[in-house]
Every structure is written in structure tokens, then in C-alpha cells.
Design a protein around this ligand. Structure first.
Ligand SMILES: C[S@@+](CC[C@H](N)C(=O)[O-])C[C@H]1O[C@@H](n2cnc3c(N)ncnc32)[C@H](O)[C@@H]1O
Length: 310
């Protein structure tokens, strides 16, 4: 329901959205009516949507992992499929917390009342995503865009030390709003370059939903992406893996022993991504979700490795 008497009826908005090709016109109309604060604001939102702006840019937010994330115009809209990356990262983080807990505690059965238990029905890593006597898990979100992935991961894990990076100023501004709830830091710059040096060898989970569309295929993306998301958010170079190869090469320097790198690719790119992970000295693993049409490549820094390499 709008917060004011609307001169535009819901059915008139639905008709305009449908004529513009919006498949979920009824749902979108309801969202626009709920979001608008004034009649002029509503008219403007409907016009922008009809002109082809992504709904999330018009609303100013996207739903991601059940949370409302701010998304400014010109910033990559977080995709449903990236929720798989977040879930995979959460599972590995819980595993890392459980292993650290085991290492810290004398052998014995798992405590069912322990909120840090991986069998915890709430699925949380435990207070602070940590094991007793261990600092909070350190999470880095490279190529963070709106910051949705890192912020959602922090929300799932409980308290973590969250750092996020993007090269695009508009993304950094937007991400600062989304990671604020987790007390996270957002840096502007190229991949790991702006990260504090104190994080070297300390990162438990490094996620990167970097651009991975091959240059030649950017022109085939739907107009909402091609026209309203920045090229730097989409174009991954000739085979789509340029940025991810750089992320993979840098990861061993930043990961803690036993720490995990996770990134999204296409199914077709996964074998080359796995080869890059292996070359960097990490132990590769691929997971996919048919439901979300998502492929995630992970690389684990061997726990017994010496000092950070790469
Ligand atoms: C596909 S978008 C993903 C954004 C976000 N991770 C998400 O899932 O919603 C890729 C992001 O990577 C950023 N990016 C591209 N090249 C970068 C680089 N060299 N260093 C840091 N960020 C970069 C873009 O600005 C964009 O925000």
C-alpha cells in the first residue's frame, strides 16, 4: 500500500509495466507502490522501470539471502545464484570454526548445546564465528560490488572481521552501507592492493564474485545488465577468467593455513579455474547448484603450509 493517496492505480501501473515487458508486473507494481514516498516519486519510479532500469536500481534495494541490501544505480545487482557462493562459504567457515574448536579442546563428544557446533540447527558458526580461544573469523569479500555477499555471510556466521574491496567508487559507497551492520571495512582499489598488510596469512574465508563474462559475450547480456551495470562489473577478459586468475594467484599470500578461497564461475570455465587454483598451490574443489544454475570453485590453503607464498 502506498503511504499516500495515489493518482496512479495499481492496475494502471501493472498495465504500463506489462506493456514494457516486465514479466512479474503485478509483483513489481506492489513493490513500487510500497516503496514510493510521494505521488511524484511513484510516477518517477514507474517511468524509470518502464524505461528499462533494473527493478532493484529503481527500488534502491535487492533481496539477497533473505536480507534487504542497498543497491545504488550503476552498481551491480546481486544475483540469486550468488547465494550459493555465500552458502558454500558459510559451510566452510563453520568447518574451520569446528576444526579450530577441536584443536583447542580436549577430545570428547560434541556438545549439543554448543552454539558453535556445526550440527547447530540454526546453522551458525557460533558466537563470533569462532572457536573458544580463537579470534573472530576473518572474511574478505573481493570485487564486493554492493557488498551483499560479504554482508550476508557475516549475517549468517554471526560476528566476523569483515573486509571488502571494490575498484569502483559507486560500489564502495554502496557497500559501506551494507557492511555497516557487520562492522565491516570497505576499501577502494584493485583486488588485494588496498587490504591492510596485517591481514596477510590471516584470512579464513576469501570470497570473490568477480566479473567472469568473456569479453565477446558482454554484448549478449540482457539490456538490464549491459546498459545499467558498469562494464568493469561484467567483463572478465578474453575467456572471462582474467580477474579470477589474479585473485587465485594472490590468495595464498592472504589466506591463513587451512583458509579457503571461493569464487563463482560458469560451468564451462570451471576446469580452467580449477587449474589456476591448483597452480597457486591451493587444494581445489568444485560445487554446483542446478537449482540456482551456480558453479563455485574453492581452493584451500594446506594447513601444514609454511609461510604465506605468492
Ligand atoms: C560481478 S560484480 C559482483 C559484485 C558483488 N560481488 C556481487 O556478487 O553482487 C563484480 C565487481 O567487481 C568489481 N571489480 C572489477 N574489477 C575489479 C578489480 N580489479 N578490483 C576490485 N574490484 C573489481 C566491479 O566493480 C564489480 O563491482
Amino acid at each position: 500500500m502506498p503511504a499516500f493517496p495515489s493518482p496512479l492505480s495499481e492496475s494502471a501501473i501493472v498495465a504500463r509495466l506489462r506493456a514494457a515487458g516486465c514479466v512479474f508486473a503485478e509483483d513489481e507494481a506492489r513493490l513500487l507502490l510500497a516503496e514510493a514516498r510521494t505521488p511524484a516519486g511513484l510516477a518517477d519510479m514507474v517511468d524509470r522501470r518502464v524505461a528499462g532500469q533494473p527493478l532493484e536500481h529503481v527500488l534502491g534495494w535487492a533481496e539477497f539471502c533473505g536480507l534487504r541490501m542497498a543497491v545504488d544505480p550503476g552498481v551491480f545487482v546481486p544475483r540469486r545464484r550468488t547465494e550459493f557462493l555465500v552458502r558454500q562459504a558459510a559451510a566452510l567457515a563453520r568447518q574451520a570454526a569446528a576444526l579450530a574448536r577441536q584443536a583447542a579442546a580436549p577430545a570428547g563428544p560434541a556438545d549439543p548445546a554448543d552454539p558453535a557446533d556445526p550440527a547447530d540447527p540454526a546453522g551458525r558458526a557460533g558466537p563470533g564465528g569462532q572457536a573458544p580461544g580463537r579470534a573472530r573469523l576473518v572474511v574478505v569479500d573481493l570485487c564486493c560490488g554492493s557488498g551483499a555477499a560479504g554482508a550476508a555471510l557475516a549475517a549468517i556466521l554471526g560476528q566476523v572481521e569483515l573486509h571488502a574491496v571494490d575498484i569502483d567508487r559507486a560500489a564502495v559507497r554502496c557497500a559501506r552501507r551494507n557492511v555497516a551492520a557487520a562492522g565491516g571495512q570497505v576499501y577502494e582499489g584493485d583486488l588485494c592492493a588496498p587490504l591492510p598488510a596485517t591481514l596477510r596469512g590471516r584470512v579464513d574465508i576469501l570470497i570473490a564474485n568477480a566479473p567472469y563474462v568473456p569479453t565477446e559475450e558482454v554484448g549478449m547480456l540482457p539490456p538490464e545488465a549491459r546498459l545499467h551495470e558498469p562494464r568493469v562489473a561484467l567483463d572478465g577478459g578474453a575467456d572471462g577468467l582474467d580477474i579470477l586468475r589474479r585473485v587465485t594467484a594472490a590468495a595464498p599470500t592472504w589466506l591463513a593455513p587451512g583458509g579457503h578461497l571461493l569464487f563463482e564461475t560458469s560451468e564451462r570455465q570451471a576446469p580452467r579455474a580449477v587449474a589456476a587454483v591448483t597452480r597457486s598451490g591451493l587444494i581445489p574443489h568444485v560445487a554446483s547448484s542446478g537449482q540456482l544454475n551456480a558453479t563455485v570453485v574453492a581452493g584451500t590453503r594446506p594447513a601444514a603450509a609454511g609461510g604465506p607464498g605468492g
